[in-house]
Design a protein. Structure first.
Length: 494
């Protein structure tokens, strides 16, 4: 019985080693590297671009040449109602050609065809009687798409859509990278908050041990010991809360980068003061621009494309129920092969039919106009025009607002936050000096434990507020870089 128990114990001792997760060292550089290959969001961003590109290419495909053709055969056992009327069976026909629509509202096609038939009547027999055709067809829009007005608008709208999708793809990629960096610095801030509480918990444990010794010596009472016990529990509860917040942030990061799901993510060394200086240097670069730096953003290009697309869509909407007038023309030449062989036999062949139209001129033509006038018009055209206007107006206004307000407010906001951090640092230094004095007075029994704890809490809150404000500064710059993606500063090149 001892051996199975011993074996089971050894197995469980080995489990942590067997199932230990791979460690991923997290910093901005490693995060950037893994995001380029492991983030599924890239596929979503690329899919949105490819959808717009496909829509544009499909429209352009309408103006590319194409080959058409068909081949048919038919056979029947039907009998003629009139004995002299032939029933053609079997019969075969085929045609092959090329056609193309042009952006000038013109359609052109050219093709050749052949028909071969057999039949029997009381007066004779038809064997492989054949005809051949060569034809050229032309269609010209004389109103709705005159000079390619409509087709050019469709083509331009598709081109603008693809160009906008390409720029938006770049902007979305940048925004995704910034979202990863935002999560990273939230983890850094969280780690600093945990350090603050771990340090205070350590101090609280030392104070609790000191209070216990003094109680045992009859110097302190049970209430003072209980007060320090409550302080230790409070510090530990706050520490655990921030540990919980860390797990939430890690979950967000792993949702963005699923390849990290099975890994133990560990923060590497970082330098918050250096990063704050880098951020402030970036702010100085931004503040040096008295006017909105349009060279640093692609939003203005998106806005310009939106306005152009709106213009083209308005043209398309205004032609919704317009008169449709087309010229349709055709030129055709025909060859026939049906020679009387005697004894009631009429015979031909496909080759003879093609030779015939080369030897005999049987050219013919047709020309005409096709007119369609919508009647009983509803409100569809007005709705389409309103849709073309409203669809883009909101985004145009939003982009213009984002560009101007983001730049104008950044310097003010960062200036205020920087002043807040400066004041908090001064407050922290003052509180640290006061706490040193209060510790000395407490050892001399000149202040109570409650007074000492209140001063510790004040320093704690000051440190936590400083960390939160520093994170707010970084996030504010991230918000700016989402719009001004090409800002030339070191913080934007990480």
């Amino acid at each position: 019985m001892k051996f199975p128990v011993l074996f089971t114990g050894l197995l469980f001792l080995q489990l942590p080693t067997v199932f230990s997760a791979e460690t991923f060292s997290l910093n901005e550089k490693s995060l950037a590297e893994i995001s380029l290959t492991e983030a599924p969001q890239w596929e979503s961003i690329e899919a949105a671009f490819l959808e717009a590109k496909s829509e544009s290419e499909q429209l352009h495909d309408r103006f590319r040449p194409e080959i058409f053709g068909d081949l048919q055969t038919a056979e029947t056992k039907e009998k003629a109602i009139i004995q002299f009327q032939p029933i053609w069976s079997p019969q075969q026909n085929a045609q092959l050609g090329v056609r193309q629509n042009f952006r000038g509202g013109v359609g052109l096609s050219a093709g050749v065809g052949a028909d071969r038939r057999n039949a029997s009547t009381v007066s004779g027999r038809f064997k492989e009687v054949s005809t051949s055709t060569v034809r050229l067809d032309l269609q010209v829009d004389l109103w709705k798409d005159l000079f390619g007005r409509l087709s050019k608008a469709q083509s331009n709208a598709a081109d603008f859509l693809q160009k906008r999708a390409e720029i938006e793809r770049n902007v979305q990629r940048k925004a995704f990278q910034l979202s990863l960096r935002r999560t990273y610095w939230s983890l850094v801030a969280n780690n600093e908050q945990i350090k603050v509480y771990e340090g205070l918990k350590k101090i609280s444990l030392e104070q609790l041990a000191d209070a216990t010794r003094r109680k045992n010596a009859g110097v302190a009472d049970l209430g003072e010991v209980a007060r320090y016990e409550a302080q230790v529990a409070s510090r530990e509860g706050s520490r655990l809360y921030y540990m919980y917040q860390r797990e939430i942030l890690l979950k967000q990061l792993k949702n963005l980068l699923p390849s990290l799901m099975a890994k133990d993510v560990v923060l590497t060394e970082y330098d918050v003061p250096k990063m704050i200086q880098t951020v402030l240097a970036c702010t100085a670069t931004i503040a040096s621009n008295n006017s909105v730096p349009y060279d640093y953003t692609q939003y203005d290009e998106i806005t310009a494309l939106l306005r152009q697309n709106q213009k083209e869509q308005s043209k398309l909407a205004s032609s919704y129920d317009d008169v449709d007038l087309k010229f349709i023309g055709s030129v055709k030449t025909t060859g026939v092969a049906s020679k009387d062989k005697g004894n009631g036999l009429v015979e031909g062949s496909i080759n003879d039919a093609f030779d015939d139209w080369q030897e005999n001129d049987r050219t013919g033509y047709s020309a005409g106009l096709q007119l369609v006038i919508p009647i009983g018009k509803g409100d569809t055209r007005q709705t389409q025009e309103l849709l073309a206007e409203k669809r883009f107006s909101a985004q145009i206004k939003q982009n213009d607002t984002d560009i101007i307000s983001t730049h104008q407010q950044l310097v003010k906001v960062i200036g205020l936050l920087t002043d807040v951090v400066r004041s908090q640092k001064q407050n922290t230094l003052a509180l640290e000096k006061r706490l040193q004095v209060q510790n000395r007075k407490f050892r001399e029994a000149r202040v109570s434990a409650n007074d000492l704890i209140l001063d510790q809490d004040a320093l704690l809150n000051s440190n936590l507020t400083t960390i939160s404000t520093q994170l707010e500064i970084i996030n504010t710059i991230f918000d700016y870089l989402v719009v001004f993606t090409e800002t030339p500063c070191e913080f934007n090149r990480i």
